[in-house]
Design a protein around this ligand. Sequence first.
Ligand SMILES: Cc1cc2nc3c(=O)[nH]c(=O)nc-3n(C[C@H](O)[C@H](O)[C@H](O)COP(=O)(O)OP(=O)(O)OC[C@H]3O[C@@H](n4cnc5c(N)ncnc54)[C@H](O)[C@@H]3O)c2cc1C
Length: 399
Amino acid sequence: MTSEKKQNVVIVGGGAGGLILANSLARREEFSVTLINDTPYHYYLPQLLQIAFRGDDSQLKRELADLVKKDVKLIIDSVTSVDLNNRTVTTSSGKTFSYDIVAIAPGLSIDHAAVKGNEKLVSLYGDFHSTPENAWRAFNTISSMKKGRLVVAVADPGHRCPPSPYEGVLLADEAFRARGIRDQIEITIAVPYPRAYPAETFNEVIEPVLKERGINIETFFTVDTVDLDNKKMTSLEGGELPFDAAIVVPIHKGPKINILPEDIKNEDGFIKADKLTNRVGNFDDAFAIGDASAASNARTGVTAHLQAKVVEKRLLGFDARNTGRTNCPTEIGMELGTFVISDFGHPSVKLPPKSVFFIMKRFFADTYWDVLKHPEFWDPIFDAYFENTSPERLWKLFP
Ligand SMILES: Cc1cc2nc3c(=O)[nH]c(=O)nc-3n(C[C@H](O)[C@H](O)[C@H](O)COP(=O)(O)OP(=O)(O)OC[C@H]3O[C@@H](n4cnc5c(N)ncnc54)[C@H](O)[C@@H]3O)c2cc1C
């Protein structure tokens, strides 16, 4: 095939979704692939939890140049706009790239200011959903706390990685136990839902664990304001929670990229895309994958990965569709874990906490960089894994 006939694919964002797509397409001669990322690094966001509660940043980031296949044209530049009608992508350095196909995968943006008082709060106590700097602040909070009330409050039900706030409080519990001060500290998780975890079936798994570890559960609490001077937060439902230290899982918004036509983004700035095909609006040549998409049923790396594989297959002419499969390894402290596994047709499976699931979480983290770089090796392994751990199958094993 001559280079003139290659489809010119431009991918915006080299995170969990964009990088997999770039490396998957680059090994096929039908495509020429340009990947544009605003930093020279790829960040492994689950490591923010490990920083915040264990002070471990060993897996945080790698140079993108080491992760892309040689046929990917990597551009380090910030995309400012994507014009879907004129098929162009423009960057902050003034370059314009035209495309045959565009995949938009720049993740999301965090809006600390959307909760009154949270900017001040995060600058003091940190969080584990925004930046490594804030995760280190959270680590200082956890490791310097000796007594009092720690509150972790979820402001946005659409936050990245649904089980991550629960992992947060359980890892805090573990850290305080390790320092022998657990009985001096009251831990509360505050959530907007009627129960600890939004999905009823997974709640049956996680709520008993929270209770067993002595973690308070404050339901129907959607954080509205944080009053740092008086050390209390209020909720939209009219509740009030005092704290000595607090972390708010902040409001998530769509990517800060101008996308035309303007109505292609929803009111929170996420890109309107089809939940089955990832196609943006009525554009046959534009896809949105990962956290940036309004269609992501769960904002997870696995979702982004699977969406990227669907886009790859569609570009190869197959009628591939997302199944909505989630696969969130969930660490619950004490070297135990579980998984949030569901799809469009099945609610989260009730996987009981086991050490093997903790080991599997570590395995996924350890293989992460290789998975990004070598999809041709890992695709068949994941296909077999997803088939054998399908929600349909697991529901029969764990009714
Ligand atoms: C604490 C925590 C724990 C998590 N745990 C898990 C887990 O266990 N399992 C799991 O599957 N998921 C987990 N996730 C979620 C997962 O990390 C995200 O869902 C995933 O990274 C989304 O991938 P993405 O490609 O959409 O976006 P990202 O990975 O955020 O990548 C977006 C990329 O686009 C780049 N970019 C942004 N703006 C621009 C621009 N204007 N121009 C060019 N480039 C740009 C960014 O630099 C970045 O490289 C966790 C997240 C957090 C915060």
